[in-house]
Design a protein. Sequence first.
Length: 430
Amino acid sequence: MKTAAIIEGLGMETAKATPPVYVDAFAGCGGLSLGLDRAGWSGLFAIEKDESAFQTLQENFLGDASRYRYTWPDWLEKKPWTVEALLSEHIEQLRQLSGKVDLLAGGPPCQGFSSAGRRKADDPRNALVERYLELVDVLKPRLILLENVKGFTQDFKANTKNGRSARENVAAQITRRLSASYHVQSILLKASDYGVPQARPRFILVGVRIDSDLSDSPLDLLDQTRDEVLRSLNLPLKSTASDALSDLEIGRNPLINCPDSKGFEAIGYVGPLTPFQRWCRDGSDTPPSSTRLANHRAPIRERFAEIIEMCREQQRSTRSLSQAMRDQFGLKKLATRVLDPKEPSPTVTSMPDDLIHYSEPRTLTVRENARLQTFPDWFKFCGKYTTGGLRRRVEVPRFTQVANAVPPLLAQILGTRLIRHLNRPPMDGQ
């Protein structure tokens, strides 16, 4: 079903678009949307509850000069939404879209499933999976794309009277729930195997509506699609931290006053050095934004310099600091890692001090994290840079927006595979 067909009678802003249509649920700052758009999909609308993340979506997907734009229905206010509120306030309009959306994409927030967190089976954020399934029931899309952390596939541990026992993991639950109406295929992959300069393990689930004319194995040719997409973009199968970041090193760029943060310095910009960096520039003629540097005090810079050198000598780059190293430097934090310029980065997180630069005694900027996530340099992030304390539970600043996003390059590869699957002729007997 094309956008024009959905538009007819539903009060959309344009009736000329023809690509297959997706809705992005739990959209965050739009990494998944960007990748799908680049693959040839057309975004109908996105659902995101956080004000700062939605501001980023507006900046990049709803502006007059946006490279990619959501079609966006007239009946839907352009504001932050929860899935629950959308289902409550616009259920009739959503029902009119039933069966007319080609793809429902998204990934419910992962904090309750992530191995980096506490992994509580009763974490209230896990209930968002239920809202996602309710949205599936209403929209009845031809395809479903769900992305999440590896912990999605790991059973929960529960305390019982007789000791500890396992509770079914979310991937198994959602597969069972969808199987009445969808053929479900899922894989675990590492983003660094798909051109992303980051060793980011992800769970990918694709559902194909049983009554559609599509085969039930959309991911079978994913590696072939990956190779074709990367070749067309002049990108290697494996990209490293240096491939992504070397042009942003302080040693080759001027320092400037940060345009949006008084009292902070930012990285100026001379130009790209590698094919990956030229791809990230994506034709932009303005310097990258969000290059604000942390205000590290001299003792911190000295400590970072020692840690970088020690990790290099002990070959611990990309790995967590050893207990002996943490004791030596008086560090309690377990997640600190130093990048290796010749390897993909560890997983980007929402904590700005989790990753240390491979050669410069500092943490990374938002833009550098965005590079590791494969966002183009023209993509603008909005809102606060960081937050802390109890506000971390409710605020989604720039570092968190970047960390929570689906890498757009991975999304583009997945989107290309699915759009080809959608357009393939029916199999014999279908």
